[in-house]
Design a protein around this ligand. Structure first.
Ligand SMILES: Nc1ncnc2c1ncn2[C@@H]1O[C@H](COP(=O)(O)OP(=O)(O)OP(=O)(O)O)[C@@H](O)[C@H]1O
Ligand SMILES: [Mg+2]
Length: 300
């Protein structure tokens, strides 16, 4: 029998949520769930996100699902990691979509705190990595990684995962987090998954939602430039300047694109390298597509 009216909807809602993903909004509750899971010997896999989930995120969740007993996804748009003139105000949100996607993907818990829960009045402690984080994006976004590490460090203490999964699209972020985990002796394994791409090669990103169809078309050149660079290296060219110049030229062939950086670096330290060593050299790029900032990279 189908119940009528509000009570019926509530009931259906409760039934729909039974045994499925649980949304946790308080730090204390998340910590006590994590403690209980760990005391039962359950392995916790963690995927931190800023929401507006796409196939890149789902790929991270799949890895966590495969290797963990319980999967926690956090959704938190970390205001402090955005610069004063950046896109925090317009960052895309769709919690209902994210909830359905997590349910479909077999997530056990979504940690979805309010900003005041994470940063109560008077908050004043930050985690700063002082080498890797200062290069590439660290130059144009000087406080970004300090605030990323701070939120990730906090989330690690809240979720207490055995491992956490990140994406190679944000290669510098992954490297900085690995460095923090090593330097601070965290007993959390950091897993980095390959970049998931659209059909034309554009790396999936929540920020792609900002692109108009014309900008979206031009953004396709980013992956073409990375692939061209890889072809050059595969054909025997090891000179960093030459490959960087070629990559920049391809990117700049589109009127809407402005290069922020094109650099070939050591994939662990993000230090520039002079000569390309196959499998040990990362070509990382950041561009403006009009007012939308996109990043991508490829291992050469
Ligand atoms: N295309 C992708 N392939 C694999 N992992 C990805 C991809 N895009 C994002 N991720 C990873 O998902 C995690 C959460 O990232 P986030 O929520 O910031 O999404 P995002 O798409 O990077 O959004 P934005 O580009 O707006 O920052 C990070 O570990 C990030 O590296
Ligand atoms: Mg991101």
């Amino acid at each position: 029998m189908r119940l009528q009216g509000g009570a019926g909807n509530q009931w259906e809602c409760l039934m729909a949520n039974e045994g499925k993903v649980k949304v946790i909004r308080s730090i204390q509750e998340m910590q006590s769930i994590a403690r209980e899971l760990r005391s039962k010997g359950e392995r916790i896999g963690f995927v931190p996100t800023m929401g507006y989930l796409h196939r890149g995120h789902l790929n991270l969740i799949e890895t966590a699902r495969d290797k963990a007993d319980k999967v926690v996804v956090s959704i938190f748009v970390n205001r402090i990691q955005f610069g004063p003139n950046e896109d925090f105000q317009r960052y895309p949100h769709d919690f209902d979509h994210d909830l359905a996607a997590c349910e479909e993907a077999g997530v056990d818990y979504i940690f979805y705190p309010e900003e005041e829960e994470m940063y109560p009045k008077g908050y004043s402690t930050y985690i700063n990595e002082e080498a890797c984080s200062k290069r590439l994006c660290g130059i144009s976004r000087p406080h970004h990684f300090r605030c990323v590490l701070t939120v990730v460090g906090k989330l690690f203490n809240i979720v207490q995962p055995d491992f956490a999964v990140f994406g190679q699209k944000d290669a510098q972020q992954a490297a900085v987090i690995k460095k923090m985990a090593a330097d601070l002796h965290l007993s959390i394994e950091i897993i980095v998954n390959r970049t998931i791409r659209e059909e034309d090669g554009l790396a999936m990103s929540s920020r792609n939602a900002y692109l108009t169809s014309r900008q979206r078309e031009d953004a396709g050149v980013i992956y073409q430039a990375l692939q061209k660079a890889k072809e050059l290296v595969d054909s025997g060219i090891v000179n960093t300047d030459r490959v960087q110049a070629e990559t920049s030229n391809i990117l700049q062939s589109k009127r809407r694109l402005r290069v922020i950086y094109v650099e070939i670096v050591n994939p662990e330290t993000m230090e520039p390298i002079k000569e390309i060593v196959s499998g040990k050299s990362l070509l990382a790029v950041a561009v403006w597509v009009d007012e939308v900032r996109l990043i991508d990279n490829i291992l050469l």
